[in-house]
Design a protein around this ligand. Structure first.
Ligand SMILES: NC(=O)c1ccc[n+]([C@@H]2O[C@H](COP(=O)([O-])OP(=O)(O)OC[C@H]3O[C@@H](n4cnc5c(N)ncnc54)[C@H](OP(=O)(O)O)[C@@H]3O)[C@@H](O)[C@H]2O)c1
Length: 346
């Protein structure tokens, strides 16, 4: 076993709940520093996790002796300065998804990583959940050309004004909204199966418009529901929806119908698949833990840094999703079909 990668985690939300415990558990990593906007919070986190440095000073974090990599887990609109600064210091970068709040920002991150010659991954971990891995594998095996694909997410965690306190997630200026939370993962899954989207239409809505913040009530500007319509290049449609304000949530449901076969993830975490003329077979319930999914991403990061393995999920994948995400934003605002910008290969 080669020596573990010394890594710093930037962000006290997902960074603390999922990334830091996974890096601490895996022998492939050694977390050496954590960052929060608040120095006391950073020190508290470092103390809890037994990490050497907790700081609110990003430059201090980047200067830790022997540091090799940084995981950026801050609001989407702040990824660019953190990720670019880390790459420019010669550090490998694991960037949270989506890479940025627009394609231009995502390209800046990718350019900085490439010109520094460091490894970059984007944390599209949802497709590493066993349920979704199996959907992708079976779809590649049996579906053929797309006819109709649908992904429907029903969550109840934003149903009431006090069910989630106001944070950047409710602020469109910081890149908040459920599209950045879940929509990009679903677009990512469809791109893994069908590769190319010709055009998108979209509608978003804020169902609960006011939430309580530390300093009083705040107006919510980022969507808690969306409906996206995709036209795949060469034919076939996709429908991607989420409501985060439902009164009764359920597990994700995915259906992929192609000219040769069918794949379905049902609400009980079972995957069904079959070719034309066959009865559907099924497998499950399958595992759906975020922690296990992130372990797979983290191990891929290690393999890219230490063994030169192809990064997975890759920056190119991050750019392809970002191009569709940008088109979705334009389609929603301008109420028209929009063609995603082409993303050139590295
Ligand atoms: N891969 C996945 O499946 C997954 C899952 C969840 C989240 N994420 C991603 O992780 C990132 C962070 O999300 P989260 O849920 O962890 O958010 P969060 O819990 O609100 O944590 C955000 C972190 O950024 C800091 N922060 C908040 N507002 C900021 C601002 N205006 N400028 C700079 N820093 C700010 C916070 O500082 P304090 O420490 O002072 O609070 C905190 O450390 C996002 O990119 C999100 O998409 C990914």
């Amino acid at each position: 076993m080669e020596k573990p990668i010394k890594i710093a985690i930037v962000g006290s939300g997902y960074g603390r709940k999922v990334a830091l415990p996974v890096y601490a558990e895996l022998k492939e990593f050694e977390p050496v520093a954590v960052w929060s906007r608040r120095p006391e919070r950073a020190q508290e986190l470092a103390g809890e996790a037994g990490v050497g440095l907790g700081t609110a000073d990003f430059d201090e974090l980047l200067s830790v002796p022997g540091l090799e990599a940084v995981h950026v887990a801050t609001p989407v609109a702040t990824h660019v300065p953190f990720a670019v600064a880390a790459a420019e210091r010669g550090l490998h970068v694991m960037c949270e998804k989506p890479l940025a709040d627009n394609l231009e920002g995502a390209r800046r991150i990718v350019a900085a990583i490439r010109s520094a010659g460091v490894v970059g991954l984007v944390d599209y971990e949802l497709r590493m959940k066993q349920t979704r891995q199996r959907v992708i594998e079976r779809a590649r095996e049996v579906v053929g050309r797309p006819r109709m694909a649908s992904i429907s997410l029903v969550h109840s965690d934003h149903a009431d004004p006090d069910s989630r306190p106001y944070t950047w997630v409710h602020d469109s200026r910081l890149g908040g909204g459920r599209l950045q939370g879940y929509g990009v993962h679903d677009l990512n899954l469809l791109l893994e199966v069908f590769l190319d989207v010709e055009a998108v239409a979209a509608a978003t809505e804020v169902g609960v418009p006011v939430r309580e913040a530390d300093d009083g009530e705040q107006r919510v500007t980022a969507e808690d529901a969306y409906a996206l319509l995709l036209r795949f290049r060469g034919g076939g449609l996709g429908v991607v929806t989420l409501v985060a304000t439902a009164r009764h949530g359920r597990s994700d449901v995915i259906e992929i119908h192609g000219d040769e076969g069918t794949v379905r993830l049902d609400g009980d975490r079972r995957v069904w698949w079959g070719r034309a003329g066959e009865a559907l077979q099924s497998e499950g319930p399958l595992e759906e833990s975020s922690t296990e999914a992130f372990k797979r991403v983290a191990r891929n990061f290690w393999a890219s840094v230490r063994k030169g393995a192809t990064p997975d999920p890759s920056l190119e994948e991050g750019l392809r999703v970002q191009a569709i995400f940008d088109a979705v934003r334009t389609a929603d605002i301008e109420r028209r079909w929009v063609q995603p910008e082409p993303v050139t290969s590295p």
